[in-house]
Design a protein around this ligand. Sequence first.
Ligand SMILES: [Zn+2]
Length: 265
Amino acid sequence: MDERRQRLYRADAIVLKRRDHGEADRLLTVFSAQRGKLVLLAKGVRKTRSRKAGHIELFTYSTILVAKTRAWDLVTQAETVETYLGLREDLLRTSLAHYVAELLDSFTEQEDSNPPMFLLLRDTLGRLAEVPSESLALAVRYYEMRLLGLAGYQPELFRCIECEDELQPVTNYFSYPGGGVLCPRHGEGQIGAEPLNLSLFKTLRFLQTRDWDTVARLSLSMALHAELERLLQATIVYHLERGLRSPAFIRSLNDQIQAYSKPAT
Ligand SMILES: [Zn+2]
């Protein structure tokens, strides 16, 4: 194989983040099906005549051709597969897409291939672009639960993390440091563990084991949804803080968790 070919590769990639670089270029953080997260330079794309520009917008899914160089890997060609137009026409959907992209960025290292995570991202952006607005929040909770699993932090919800006995439908305890649920015998009084009410426990199991089409039919009360959101985000913050990742992102998540905890006035 000639040397030039070896320095080119093709990837199915979704743009997570981008920032201006130099006069006319952009640095892109993408998540690819083949090679995981990549940081790539797209030259000249801020010029009005650029043919590549439209294919590497934020949250766009494109097939790209990349040339390896000694400095940045360069995007040499890009062809849009999916634009997720619905994400761009609605502020709430746009902000949820930002959150989804930032979360994935925070949980991944460069060039750590994880094809199921690419599919999760692709499907989640598709849902955020298309589901009715009342299903948006649930689509994000589903994503959070699945992302935790694919990043290696799947919460244990079926056996006590201490004695491994099968968990019963009673008030168990959720342990952030333990990464899962403790039976009443081992959870009570345990530092870092909090009582987990039965409906929240069942909802977590449902999210972890059912596919999206089944989960989408769930109808949660606002109170239960708020508890679910707080527990998942506190789990996310716990793991990100231990990995010393994304301090600014952790701060914004923490502010949000504090906001739920405030009594309604
Ligand atoms: Zn136990």
